[in-house]
Design a protein around this ligand. Structure first.
Ligand code: CA
Length: 223
């Protein structure tokens, strides 16, 4: 999952990027409204965290413009504790949720997980596909109850496929949703990680759909 953080407070921006990175997300960052607007308008984020008080272009205008041009990604706004009117205006402008500053990082992370899983059609924190179970809260993956040890890149890839299980996901989509903007995007690395995941998972769980991409499915005849 790839996220964007738009926050002009350099310290808070860094804390957010660090906490979200530790939680297994690829994170891009912007420090003013114009840059944030541009990135959100051109890159396919799975979720955006947007501060309301931003230089160059305020957060509400950024959000309104995204929604006007049908950018539908989940957006969580950051508001000042005492500005209830910002929360109302933000939700009316198309925000999916808000967190008031100062906040506990655990609360923000829980709200991020909820929005990301909702956006892919999952209501529960645990996503299952056949014998595989992904606990998005603890970032733990099990197969028939046994923990599968994954590197952070393997986890990112499997988490994306689990959120979208049953659907064909192209190599381009994977590259766009697994790596930060400035990452050297060589789509061959996807094949390498798919190969490593296949060795750790039951065979046939990750199917190659020739010319289209990959599908995670417990049903071998889904193709
Ligand atoms: Ca601010």
């Amino acid at each position: 999952m790839r996220l964007l953080v738009v926050e002009d407070d350099a310290d808070l921006n860094r804390q957010l990027v660090s906490a979200l990175g530790d939680a297994g997300y690829a994170v891009d960052t912007a420090f003013d409204g114009e840059e944030g607007y541009f990135l959100g308008d051109t890159e396919p984020y799975d979720l955006i965290i947007l501060d309301i008080g931003l230089p160059k272009m305020d957060g509400l205008s950024v959000l309104e413009q995204w929604r006007r041009s049908d950018r539908n990604m989940p957006v969580i706004i950051l508001t000042a504790r005492d500005r209830w009117s910002d929360k109302v205006a933000g939700m009316d402008a198309g925000a999916d949720d808000y967190v008031a500053k100062p906040f506990h990082m655990e609360e923000l992370l829980a709200r991020v997980r909820a929005q990301v899983r909702r956006a892919s059609g999952h209501a529960k924190n645990e996503i299952e596909c056949g014998p595989i179970r992904l606990d998005t809260k603890s970032a733990r993956v099990t197969c028939d109850g046994d923990t599968i040890k994954l590197t952070s890149h393997e986890y990112r890839l499997l988490a994306y496929l689990m959120h979208h299980h049953g659907r064909v996901v192209s190599r381009t989509e994977l590259v766009e949703h697994l790596y930060e903007q400035d990452f050297d995007r060589d789509s061959n690395t996807i094949e390498v990680f798919i190969g490593r995941l296949r060795k750790k998972l039951p065979s046939d769980l990750i199917q190659t759909v020739r010319g289209l991409g990959y599908r995670l499915s417990a049903d071998p005849d889904a193709a």
